[in-house]
Structures are given as C-alpha cells and as structure tokens.
Design a protein around this ligand. Sequence first.
Ligand code: GLN
Ligand code: ZN
Length: 761
Amino acid sequence: MASHIVGYPRMGPKRELKFALESFWDGKSSADDLKKVAADLRSSIWKQMADAGIKYIPSNTFAYYDQVLDTTAMLGAVPPRYGWKGGEIGFDTYFSMARGNATLPAMEMTKWFDTNYHFIVPELGPDVKFSYASHKAVDEYKEAKSLGIDTVPILIGPVSYLLLSKPAKGVEKTFSLLSLLPKILAIYKEVVADLKAAGASWIQFDEPTLVKDLDSRQLQAFTAAYSELESSLSGLNVLVQTYFADVPAEAYKTLTSLKGVTAFGFDLVRGTKTLDLIKGGFPKGKHLFAGLVDGRNIWANDLADSLSTLQALEGIVGKDKLVVSTSCSLLHTAVDLVNETKLDNEIKSWLAFAAQKVVEVHALAKALSGQRDEAFFSANAAAQASRKSSPRVNNEAVQKAAAALKGSEHRRATNVSARLDAQQKKLNLPILPTTTIGSFPQTVELRRIRREYKANKISEEEYVKAITEEISKVVKLQEELDIDVLVHGEPERNDMVEYFGEQLSGFAFTVNGWVQSYGSRCVKPPIIYGDVSRPKPMTVFWSSKAQSLTKRPMKGMLTGPVTILNWSFVRNDQPRFETCYQIALAIKDEVEDLEKAGITVIQIDEAALREGLPLRKSEEAFYLDWAVHSFRITNVGVQDTTQIHTHMCYSNFNDIIHSIIDMDADVITIENSRSDEKLLSVFREGVKYGAGIGPGVYDIHSPRIPPTEEIADRINKMLAVLEQNILWINPDCGLKTRKYAEVNPALTNMVAAAKLLRTQL
Ligand code: GLN
Ligand code: ZN
C-alpha cells in the first residue's frame, strides 16, 4: 500500500531558510550561501521521507519565497515594470517581484485560501509574453534523483494559477484571465516534456480552486486544459490534487472526468462530504489519494479511525489504487515536534508536526497492507484516550456555561444610538474624536525588558517599574498631541494573541512551532488543547494603572475571541464555535472586570474575523453567525455608558458589512487608507451605519509621514458619505512596528487635520 505527502514546509525545523534569506537580503551572505542552505534543507527532507518509507515523495514543494511566484517565474510572467530582459529568472527579478526593490513596490500579496499563508498574486494582461523562464521544477527533480530519490514533481495546475491571478492594471474590468489558458498550456507542455525526459513517472498538479464555488465556464476550463495536455501527459501518471474542503458535486464530476489524469487527491479532513462523493462513484482504474492526515493542524492522527475509513475506501477503489496521504501540504503545520523542549510529555503525546505526520502516513499505509506496527498503533490509541479523558482538557463548568449560550442572541438591551448618547454625556468628546488603535512603537529596549523578565533575569518590581515608565511616556505624549481617547501602548505585549493565551487555561505554547506566513515571515500559533477559562484578570492591572495617569478616557485593550481562535491551532475534538464561545466567556469576564475598575472605553480587537470566512458561500452564514455572536457575548453585560470599540485589519468587508453591523459595537476602527473608495462605496450605496466608525486616515504600514492637508482631504471624503457625529479619526492599525520619529509627526498631523475640520463643520 502506497503513501504520499502533498507538500512539505520549507523553513526548516529551526527556521534555517528564514535566517539564510534575511542574511542574503541584508547583503551579509552570498547567493551561493543561500542556495546551499536551501539545498541542504531539501535533501534532508527528501531523505527523511525516504527513510520513513514514503513512496510518493514531493519535489518542487520548496520555494525561496512562494510557490505561486515560482509558477509566475516558470511561465516568465514578470510584470514589465520589473525590467526583466528574458532568459532564466534569477534572484534579482524574483525577489523584486516578491519584496519590491529600491524603486518599485512588491507585487500584491494575498491569503492562500483560508490559511494564514500569503502568496504573490500573478498580474496578467493581454500582452504578457509567456516563456519557460524557470527550470526549478525539473532542477529539483534531478537534484533529488542525484540523491537516489525518485520524486513526484509538483506544479500548480494551470487553471488554478489563472483563477488565482488578477488582471493587470488598466484591463481590470475587461480582461478574461482564462483566455490566457492556451498560452500558458504551451509552457506547461514544455515543462512536462522536460520532466519526462529527466525520468519522472508521476506528476502532481495542485488544483485547489476546485473546492471553491466555480461557475460552469470555470469548470469547463479544467476540462479544456487537461484535454489539451493529454497527449503531452501520456506515459505519465498524473495526480490532480485538491485540498482545504470537499469538491462540490459539479466540480467532482468535472474533476473525475478529466482526460489524461490517472489519480485524484482529496482532503478527507476538511472535506466532510468527500467520502459520500467517492461512495457515489469513483472512476474505475484510477488512483485515489486519500488525505487523512491533517496538514492544517498539529494533532496526532486517530490512526484506528483513519484505518477504518481507508478500509471502506479500499472496498470502492481497490487495494492497489488507494494511496494514503495528507489532507493538504504540510506547509500549514509546524515542522518537527522533536525540537519542543518545553511541552510536557502528555501534551506532546497528543501532537504530531510535519515530521511526525510523515511517519503517521506511512504507518497507515503499512497497516492497510496488513503490516500494522502494533507498538505504534497502541501508543497512538493510548494518547487518543488520554486526550479524551484528561482533566487538563475537560472543565465541566466551562462546558456547561458554553453550552448554555447556544440559541440565545446576547444583545445589549439598549440600541446603539441611545447608548452613544449616554456615552457622550459621560465622555464629553469633541466632534471627530481622535484615537489610536492600541500599540505604540516597540523599542529594542522594551523587548529586552520583557525577555529578561520572562527569563527571570530582572525582578517583578523592576519589570513593573520599566513598563509603568513606558506607559507614562506614551500617555504624556498623547496628552501633548491632544488625542481624545488614549491607549496605554501595549508595551507589556509581544503578540496580541499570545499575551492572552499565556494567561488563559487550555493553551500551550511551542518554542519552534513556526508556520510560514509569507516570505521569510513565520508565526507561532498557540495550541488550544483544553476548555478555555480565565483564572484571573489579565489586563486590569495595566489598564487601571494607565487610567490613573490621565483624566482623559483610557481604552482597555483586548483581543476578541474570534481572533484568538483564528490565530491559534484549534482543538479538533469539538466544533470551532464551541471553542470560540469558551474564549468569549473568558473575555466577557475580563470586560466586566475592566468596567468595574473604572475603564469606560474598552476595545475588543477582531483583526482576524474575516480570515475565518469559509471557502464556500453556503457555509458563510453559519460562521458569521457564531463569530458575531461570540463577539457580542463578550460585552453584552456592560452598562450603556461603557463604550465598546472593535478594530479590524482589512477594508474589504463590503461583503460582510451586515455581519459587522450585527456585532453591535459602539465604535469600529478599520484599516482603510490603502483603499478609501472601496470602503466608502458601501456607505455610498446606502448601507446605514449608526455606530461610531473610524476608517484609518493614514497607512501605518509605511514610514511615510502623511501631510495634514492629505489627511484633511481624506476626512472630507469620508464626511461626504458618513454623518459627522459618527466619524472617528485614527490611524489604520497599531503603531507597534513604527518608530517614534514617524509616529510623532504623523499623529501631530492627524490631530491637526481633525481640528481643522472641526472648525469647518
Ligand atoms: N491593538 C492592536 C495594536 O494596536 C491591534 C493590532 C491589529 O489589529 N493587528 O497593535
Ligand atoms: Zn489592525
């Protein structure tokens, strides 16, 4: 029985690639140094999979920056502004597209489906001259072969590539990306021929867009593309791989009828309906790659359960046609549990990172062929049982409280406009009130203090003193700038999720559990393993301290339940919404404690609410319903005079505006400055927004200082659409990554612009 891995993390167990990339970008090491690190990582991964007994080992799953950008390079689809002159694409052009260069910004980056990975969006227009400009796929295949390992080269499928692209500037409205299919297929044919000549017997096309809502024209593109490729593919085994959800019934028909394709890969973890589809009919004589080991999470597989699914599938597709696989690329999970020195053995026994998942896949394949590794299976069963019954996982009181929430609305009793009136009486704010999003610049000094405190190198007393000084500085600065609603600056926080996770029960933290977010950037999501509760107040100490330093209102600053959920590795033993409700209850306790401590404005950030949106329209309503409900739970218990803010880090919320209104916050601040028009168009089209709203008036992602007139101009545009009494003036997002040299003048100009407009209203 065969085993297969859809794809593998590139960063290395200790983020070796990240450090090599950054050193190269900083000019501290050469291109050859970087290539050497990359080659070593690839060879160790290939060897690891070969040693584990994996039959179908992927190649071309490595990328220096991003696999979609690699495809753009393969096709020679470099936007003309990068000045590429043809030939093989080198680091210069490649990294200019990825990161920008001295004169040009980078290409646009966007989220890869519903993961936290970001890809570089191809920009294609009618004039692109495609050419076979990166031989990376075949080079990697040969590289593995020279190590004695025959791999399955992976290409992003031609149709998904086009569906993930955007039309080049100037042709946005008119250009059909799919019209480029014949042109790019010509290049794909060259690549396939090259791979064949190098000795490849299998090839994998990733076509994950098949899990989305596609129309018939898009589905036809798949039929057309693979018919066109059929003759080039003859003699090869061809796997079309899908992931992240089940394939809708129509798409399933299209997929399983594709010409020239001999194998189909499905995500059986998230693809809850895939099993039924396969039972309803699977083409005779084709291979089924059954993705049972979860590539999106860090939990050990329930091997007994997977084995019974495999046995059922075997009855449908036949013994020699079933291949055990991962649900998607392991890119979205942590790399190797071996490097976790701080997790205790019990929790570790519940987990599997990429390296362990490879072993699980092989163990399942062997078991299916009658050679079950009894010791491995029984250790796994014991771990599953211990996780189910552990008192660390189960907290009956929390489970009961969360269960009691279902079916109820949790809405503040008074409507938002009456609440705003009551709050205004208490807060007495000027029109167009100014505020910031929460964090102030995080200096090297601050990071050192937190690090030393964590490592017990400085005392609690010294730590409190240092943080208090920082807060006083930030408060004083805001008073000097004459900002109306202040923040404490978040100097005690390294990360807006980790800070809360560390104080809540049910969370665990890794030391090396990094997952690539984009380029060299990685995140280390907390692991939610148990019922969530809040042993004691988390932010009251610092917020009250900050409030005591000023007469102006000081915002209490919390991360919302949906964001904590979406930025963590979540339990797979209960639905996401249940975990979210539990977090909501913990945050609710915190909100009420802040209120008791005299904090009258509380911001509950939901930066990642939109990220959790399911891939398919039919599932959106359910998600938005419990996500928005969770947010409301956090603040349903406060008085009318307590003002609840929320903040969101994106502006493309036009499609979910009604859910955002349904959150029933008193004030929302949102990222906006890179897409004014888009945001305002919702309101221009007549959506009524009765609560306070602060569309960011300048971009904090850039070091540029926005001039007063420019900010005033922006505010004027907003005033044309939004009523003046609901408009707030604030930057786009937190100021954590900026320097004071930028923040001071930028905020000065922001306040000046607000004051200027107040005189004109
Ligand atoms: N309050 C957080 C901050 O200002 C919000 C960050 C975010 O939205 N990503 O840093
Ligand atoms: Zn933000």
